[in-house]
Ligand binder design. Sequence first.
Ligand code: GLU
Length: 481
Amino acid sequence: MTRTRFAPSPTGYLHVGGLRTALYNYLFAKKNNGKFILRIEDTDQKRKVKGAIENLIETLKWAGIIPDEGPGFNGKYGPYIQSERIPLYQKYANILLENKNAYYCFCTPERLETLRKAQVARNEPPRYDNYCRSIPEAEAKKRVEAGESHVIRMKSPLHGNIVIDDLIRGKVSFVASVLDDQILVKSDGFPTYHLANVVDDHHMKITHVIRGEEWLPSTPKHILLYEYLGWEKPKFAHLPLLLNPDRSKLSKRQGDIAVEDYRKKGYLPEALVNFLALLGWNPGSDREIFSMENLIELFSLERVNKAGAVFNLEKLKWMNGYYIRNMPVEKLIEYSKEFVPESYLQDVEKLKKVLNATKDNIHTLSEITEKAKIFYQDKVDYTTRDCLSILKKPSSKIVIERLINHLQKVESIDGKTFIEIMREISKETKIKGQDLWMSVRVATTGQLHGPELVKIVDILQKDNILKRLKDALPYTNSKNY
Ligand code: GLU
């Protein structure tokens, strides 16, 4: 059975790149009727951030990427948090030591620093010089027993190549002798990422390791560990980097990178998931809108590109707008709750109408209040230059006054009767087109653009319209008439 995993370190917020990795793992597992596992890689205790695990799980749930196994989910291969599995890693570190695939290293941080500096000065890539490899085993054991501070390092082969058969990149070859003798267990007894990652992928029966390209240089070390431990290797797939528009690696400096930032700005999970799915994967057609179900059906690793994918915020905005426009209004209300003032939620029927009238021009949920406020404000601001330039036209005063007259005669008004009245005013006054309609739009909303007037009339209703028309009157040009 296909088993994939998302293995974040709880070092803070979830990055959009992390969400894409989780998504691809999820899609691949679901497509193949497999399982998607969440594993928390927290062996670097110094980098751990409080609340990060909860936040991560909450963000995955928001995005609809629900683990089949993981902390707080089911699964028989737990615990799914690495800091709760330390004895397991120690067991395998000992096996590696016994089989002479690993050794104790006593080098002090000072020695390593001097070594590094000398290598840099000689223009050599900094790496460990295998100094402690040659310490006789019995001597090393004695020093450990005597309590000397040490780490455990893995032996890298001194000759040959290590070849990865990557599902996205094909064969990638590494010269073994340039690999560092990687630390597997740190001086605090905690494993490093490399050891814990391989031990867990094996124990959790992971079949496909799908992760970001930045992990590719670590993979030959992992391959060695699988070989040393006599374990079957999973298949590897390294996803392309996410890039800024200038093709540099996606960074905070050029925009938001935390999923939470997008959530707070009013991006919908459906849109973000759809957008991220297309950052590196190509569906093989021009189609751009995909639900999670569609993605599961169509996803394949063969269609993941090698080249980096540019994070195009304009496209995300467009896509978000698409989802907002095409979403049932009831669902849009649910999503809007976090974004609009309490008072808007008191009249859900009105809010429905308001959203129906405005949603075509909204790209993020956080824009709703701005676009909807014309339906909620007590006082309209007529003092902007644009407004005044319309209201000061002689025709505006005529139209507004006539409309007030007509409205006072009717019981109530809807879009249809409003149009009839406006036609009549046009007939009586010969005022047409922009002069006719814009004056009413500005008088009722204080804006030159916005939803269709009939919708505005339907929402505001007679009393409000009447009040606003009267409020606008003093701003019209009374001198001309
Ligand atoms: N803990 C690593 C991370 O933070 C996992 C890398 C991997 O998937 O192997 O991304």
